[in-house]
Design a protein. Structure first.
Length: 274
């Protein structure tokens, strides 16, 4: 069993990783969490790989300074660009975002799936290898979600602008007969209310976050770590941001309301310098 004193680090370019955090908290409510949002450098999607590696390395050092036993890279772009470097550099175990092409390719009935992701994710080795391995016989309609991350970070996930942009991105996929839509960015589950309005009921939305939480559980149980950071006065979730925390706080509260998950005694610290 996982010791209640264990501490899990989670990071993303911004607030998108909250969609992963909620699944981690649901799966392991006895653990404590440190969440870092690199909102000063968000979005990561079009940044060079070397820059993303540098940012991810500095964030990892910060999370380790807080005593984290495991780190979840809750960002598809950072996973694609940096997770191999992080695993080679640090001894702590990492869990990254796996492109959910495999389950979509297995479940499709029309032999056509859609993938919505950032340019950085599509250019990553993991996405290319996963698609080649599991979706070679399936038509894959992919779309770079330009501008979507920014809408989430502006607190506009459920807005007319978001619906208009998503409509333009999804129309070609629907014309191609997709019946599975893979969300390839952790920010995108914030659009699920709009996606459910846009998409016909025959299209399944594939969010990889629950699978990431299950992998974190397997890793921690397999390592059989003894808890050693369990101070009773520590917050259950501590949120840190490299800029302001206004949207981060609003979205964290939204997830608590929408998904019946509780972040016990959360604290928020803005403008953290790495």
């Amino acid at each position: 069993m996982i010791d209640g004193a264990l501490k899990i680090g989670v990071f993303d370019s911004g607030s998108g990783g909250l969609t992963v955090l909620k699944e981690l908290v649901k799966a392991m409510p006895q653990c404590s969490y440190i969440y870092f949002a690199d909102t000063a450098n968000c979005p990561y999607g079009n940044r060079p790989q070397t820059e993303i590696i540098d940012l991810s390395t500095r964030i990892t050092r910060f999370l380790l300074s807080k005593g984290c036993d495991l780190i979840v890279v809750a960002c598809n772009t950072a996973t694609a660009a940096a997770i191999e470097h992080l695993r080679a550099t640090f001894s702590v175990p990492f869990v990254g975002m796996e492109p959910a092409v495999k389950p979509a390719a297995i479940r499709t009935r029309t032999n056509s799936i859609g993938v919505l992701a950032t340019a950085g994710t599509f250019n990553g080795r993991l996405y290319k290898e996963t698609t080649k391995r599991y979706a070679a016989d399936v038509k894959v309609c992919y779309q770079v979600g330009e501008g979507l991350v920014e809408l989430v970070e502006q607190g506009m996930a459920d807005s007319v602008e978001s619906e208009r942009l998503l409509n333009s991105y999804l129309e070609p996929m629907l014309q191609s007969g997709v019946d599975e839509l893979v969300l390839g960015c952790t920010h995108y589950p914030f659009f699920i209310p709009i996606l459910k309005r846009i998409l016909p009921s025959s299209v399944e939305i594939v969010d990889p976050s629950p699978a990431v939480a299950r992998q974190a559980v397997r890793l921690l149980n397999g390592l059989n770590i003894s808890g050693h950071y369990g101070c009773s006065d520590e917050p259950f979730v501590a949120f840190y941001s490299s800029s302001e925390t206004t949207v981060l706080e609003k979205l964290a509260a939204l997830l608590e309301t929408s998904y019946d998950v509780k972040f016990k005694s959360p604290t928020f610290e803005a403008n953290v310098v790495l």
